[in-house]
Each structure stands twice: as structure tokens, then as C-alpha cells.
Design a protein around this ligand. Structure first.
Ligand code: TGC
Ligand code: FAD
Length: 407
């Protein structure tokens, strides 16, 4: 607690309800969760409180990726929760997956990136489009955290428009030869395997599993980020890499294959962003109750109450979106535009809440004593990756009008 913050118990603090601190659940969404959902949430919450929250500010300040979290995430079941148990996954539903992402991102968006890339962007395509041999070889090691994976779609000249990618492979008879480069790849500098999207000689997109150690494959780290500083980001460079033919994902080709992975990851982000928003709201509510100005806790001023009321309203609306999109995911009915709406809305409200919460903390809000600036800077990346806010608007615009406005 900062020295200039009053430690007296103010009337506002006395009236605060603990449940709204620990888990803002204004519309009693807990009534809709099963006992298993609540157990998963509380065990992830305890894990994050123990293993991430006490250290993450220091990791972020030092731009340090805590690699030992990979094994810990594996042990707690954060990797591939929806993948069947037979392949090392959790065999859980999509609400459980969402709750796991929510609790991890309550700690830090970069830590959630590590987990959601591994589950939705590496394990999911191997499970969905991989051969049985590929599933058996890779999934259990990825689930346990023995191996870390990454997903290479974005290129230096093709971000929002992945169909323009130039990374390509040629059939050399007994193997494929892969050339090109990917940029902005989460986990890449420490990844053991990369799911890479590249064009064949006819220009059709396929997924290939590239392993660290293959000659010509390198993963330079990207330095100087002001965002997601506890997550490691880098490039993937392919210089005549010989990829065994059995490493091609046989189940699906075309842009639709990576887009299906993005549906799953964007869904997880919609939940994760609400976790970050909850953490900012919790901090703002506590601070407002404790901070005395003009002889009163600032929580007693109408303008502060307006900010808190709007935060709780937006969190509640985002929670309701997540609940419904989660049930649609469980039924296999969620559409890409529905997922876009959830991802776009929830990341935007989380960023707005981080900024408002920072204001409530006054000058203290810019320090590492509170999580606000870290969440705010992280959410700037979350706003951009997995499709920018404007790309998600255009996906919705296409759905509404039937007219694609991307070009
Ligand atoms: P478009 O013409 O719309 O579609 C091309 C083909 O793909 C099919 N398709 C899908 N299939 C299944 N599921 C989906 N969700 C699909 N979306 C598209 C589509 O049916 C079509 O198939 P076919 O057979 O007719 O050819 O494609 P487009 O080139 O116009 O692009 C559309 C656009 C702009 C919406 C899309 O490309 C897009 O979403 N761009 C944003 C790129 C993006 O999100 N990149 C994310 C990179 S990964 C990342 O950021 C990880 S961050 C991880 C972390 O740290 O958490
Ligand atoms: P651009 O596509 O160049 O966009 C620049 C601006 O132009 C944006 O505002 C965009 O909305 C706008 N724009 C583009 N096209 C249109 C249009 N048609 N109409 C209107 N506006 C448009 N990628 C991966 O493949 N794997 C990863 O693991 C991964 N991790 C990432 C981690 C971080 C920290 C970051 C920052 C990015 C990561 N990405 C990853 C890349 C991410 O998906 C891209 O940054 C994102 O898709 C946007 O691409 P771009 O940065 O090239 O921006």
C-alpha cells in the first residue's frame, strides 16, 4: 500500500461487499455454471494468485518470459482443455476453457497468450487436421508442457490479409522444402514446434509442423515491446528447411484451416479480456474506498461512482456475451461473426476499463504497485492480434450487408 493512502477503515470500505471484489457477478451468472465449472475457476484462480500475480509485475518490468510457467501450465491443465483426454487434453467444454482463460488473463494477458496459443493455435490444428500419428507424437507433450508450440500465420507484409502470404514449400520428392518468414509470433523464441501456414506450388495454403533443430529454421526474438512484456514474441525464418512429408497436416487446406483455429483462439480472448477487466475493476474499487481526498473516500464522489458503475455494467454485459457464445461453442453453432463481436467488444471494454481504473488511482495508477498500466499496455496488443478491431468490424459488416469490404 502506498504511504500516502489512508489505512483507516472508511464508511465506504465497510459497506463494500466481498463478493463484488473477488468476482464481480452482478447478474448471478454463477447460477448458470456447473459445480465443475466453479471448481475449475477457483483452482485456476488459486494457481494464478500463487504462481503469477506476485511475480508478473517484475517479469513485465524486466521483459522476462518465465519459461518454467510452461510446465506449470501443463500440470494445472491450462494447455488444450478441450482436447480429448486420450491425447493428454482436459476433455472439458468451452465454458471451462473460457473460465481458464479468464482467470489466467486476470493475472496477465501475456501469460494467457502463452496458454491460448498452445491450446487453440497449436494443439487444436494438430488435433483437428492432423493424422493419428501426428496427434500421438505431439499432443501429449504439448499438453504436459514438455514442449512449447507457436503458430505462424502473420508475415512482415501480410498481417490482416493472410491470404496474401508468400511463405511457400516445394515438393522435393522425399520431403518438402520450406522458404519464407513469419513475424510477430507469440512463443516463437522458445518454441519446440511451430504450426506454420504456407503455400504449395499451386498457391494453396497448408499447415506444416516445423520442429526446432531442423537446419535452416531460426526464431529470432523481437525486442523493445511496450506490451505483453512477460510473453516472448519473435519471428520464424525458413531458409530451405527440409520438412518431412509426414509433417504436413492432412485434414484441411486453404485459408479456412487457420481461420478455424482463430475462431477458437478469439473465443478464448473474449473470456480472457474480461479477466483483465475484472482485475482493473477490483483494484479501482478497493483504491476508491481507501483513498481519502477532501476529507472523504474518493468512492463517495459521484464522478468516481459513475466510473465504477459503468465498469460493472460493461463487465456484466461482456460476461453475458461470453456465457452465450460459450454455450453456442459447446453446441458447435458459434459463427465467426458472433465470435468477432465477442472478441472485439470484450477487448475494447477491457481496455476502456483499464484506462478508467488508472484514472481512479491518480498518480499511483502509473506505477507497478497496481496492475493497471500493465493490463492497459497488454490490451493494446490484444486489440490488434487475432484480427484488429477494424477487421472484426468488417467481418460483422460483411455478415450484416453480405458485402465484403476488406478490399
Ligand atoms: P475470405 O475470402 O473471407 O475466406 C477465405 C476462405 O477461408 C474460409 N474461411 C473460413 N473457414 C472456416 N472458418 C472460418 N472462420 C473462416 N473464415 C474464412 C472462407 O470460407 C474461404 O474459403 P473458400 O473455400 O471459399 O476459399 O478471406 P479473406 O482473404 O477475404 O480474409 C478475410 C479476413 C480479413 C476476415 C481474414 O483473413 C482475417 O480474419 N484477417 C485477420 C488476420 C488475423 O486474425 N490474424 C491472426 C494471426 S494469429 C494471431 O494473431 C495470434 S496472437 C496469439 C496470442 O498471443 O494470443
Ligand atoms: P496491418 O494488417 O498492417 O494493419 C494496420 C492497420 O490497418 C490496422 O489498424 C488494421 O485494422 C488496418 N487495416 C488493414 N486492412 C484493413 C482493411 N481492409 N480495412 C480497414 N482497415 C484495415 N500472428 C501470428 O500469426 N501468430 C502469433 O502468435 C501472433 N502473435 C502476436 C503477438 C503480438 C504481441 C502481436 C502484436 C501480434 C501478433 N500476431 C501474431 C500478429 C497479429 O495477428 C497481427 O499484428 C494482426 O493480424 C495485424 O496485422 P499487422 O500488424 O500486419 O497490421
Amino acid at each position: 500500500m502506498p504511504e500516502h493512502t489512508s489505512t483507516e477503515t472508511s464508511p465506504a470500505k465497510k459497506s463494500l461487499k466481498q463478493d463484488l471484489f473477488d468476482h464481480p457477478d452482478f447478474y448471478s451468472l454463477d447460477d448458470l455454471f456447473t459445480e465443475e465449472h466453479k471448481l475449475i475457476r477457483s483452482s485456476m484462480r488459486d494457481f494464478v494468485k500463487r504462481e503469477i500475480s506476485p511475480y508478473v509485475e517484475d517479469w513485465a518490468q524486466r521483459a522476462y518470459f518465465p519459461y518454467d510457467m510452461v510446465r506449470k501450465f501443463g500440470e494445472i491443465g491450462a494447455f488444450g482443455p478441450t482436447i480429448p483426454v486420450a491425447y493428454g487434453g482436459g476433455g472439458l467444454d468451452y465454458i471451462s476453457y473460457g473460465l481458464i482463460m479468464q482467470e489466467i488473463e486476470r493475472g496477465d494477458s501475456g501469460m494467457r497468450s502463452t496458454a491460448s496459443v498452445q491450446g487453440s493455435l497449436v494443439m487444436y490444428p494438430i488435433y483437428k487436421f492432423g493424422s493419428e500419428a501426428q496427434r500421438k507424437k505431439y499432443l501429449p507433450k504439448l499438453a504436459s508442457g514438455e514442449w512449447l508450440g507457436c503458430f505462424g500465420l502473420t508475415e512482415p507484409d501480410h498481417g490482416s490479409n493472410p491470404s496474401g502470404m508468400v511463405t511457400n514449400f516445394k515438393d522435393m520428392g522425399d520431403h518438402y522444402e520450406l522458404n519464407g518468414a513469419k513475424m510477430w509470433i507469440s512463443n516463437s523464441p522458445r518454441a519446440d514446434v511451430a504450426v506454420v501456414w504456407a503455400k504449395d506450388e499451386s498457391g494453396r495454403i497448408h499447415g506444416l509442423i516445423v520442429e526446432r533443430g531442423m537446419p535452416g529454421f531460426s526464431t529470432p526474438e523481437t525486442h523493445g515491446k511496450w506490451s505483453l512484456r512477460a510473453s516472448t514474441t519473435g519471428e520464424l525464418v525458413f531458409d530451405n528447411v527440409q520438412v518431412p512429408k509426414e509433417n504436413l497436416l492432412p485434414g484441411k487446406s486453404g485459408l479456412g484451416a487457420p481461420m478455424m483455429c482463430l475462431d477458437s483462439a478469439r473465443y478464448g480472448i473474449a473470456w480472457g479480456a474480461v479477466g483483465a477487466a475484472m482485475d482493473c475493476y477490483d483494484s479501482a474499487r478497493r483504491y476508491a474506498a481507501e483513498r481519502i481526498q477532501f476529507g472523504k473516500p474518493i468512492a463517495s464522489f459521484q464522478l468516481i461512482q459513475k466510473k465504477l458503475a459503468e465498469m460493472l455494467t460493461e463487465i456484466t454485459k461482456a460476461q453475458l456475451i461470453n456465457w452465450r457464445i460459450g454455450t453456442l461453442m459447446n453446441e458447435g453453432k458459434a459463427t465467426t461473426p458472433q465470435i468477432s463481436m465477442a472478441k472485439r467488444n470484450n477487448v475494447q471494454i477491457a481496455l476502456d476499463i483499464a484506462r478508467e481504473a488508472r484514472q481512479i488511482h491518480g498518480g499511483m495508477g502509473i506505477t507497478g504497485e497496481y496492475p493497471l498500466m500493465r493490463h492497459m499496455m497488454n490490451l493494446e496488443s490484444v486489440l490488434t492480434y487475432e484480427g484488429t478491431q477494424d477487421i472484426h468490424l468488417l467481418i460483422l459488416g460483411n455478415k450484416i450487408t453480405g458485402i465484403p469490404a476488406f478490399v
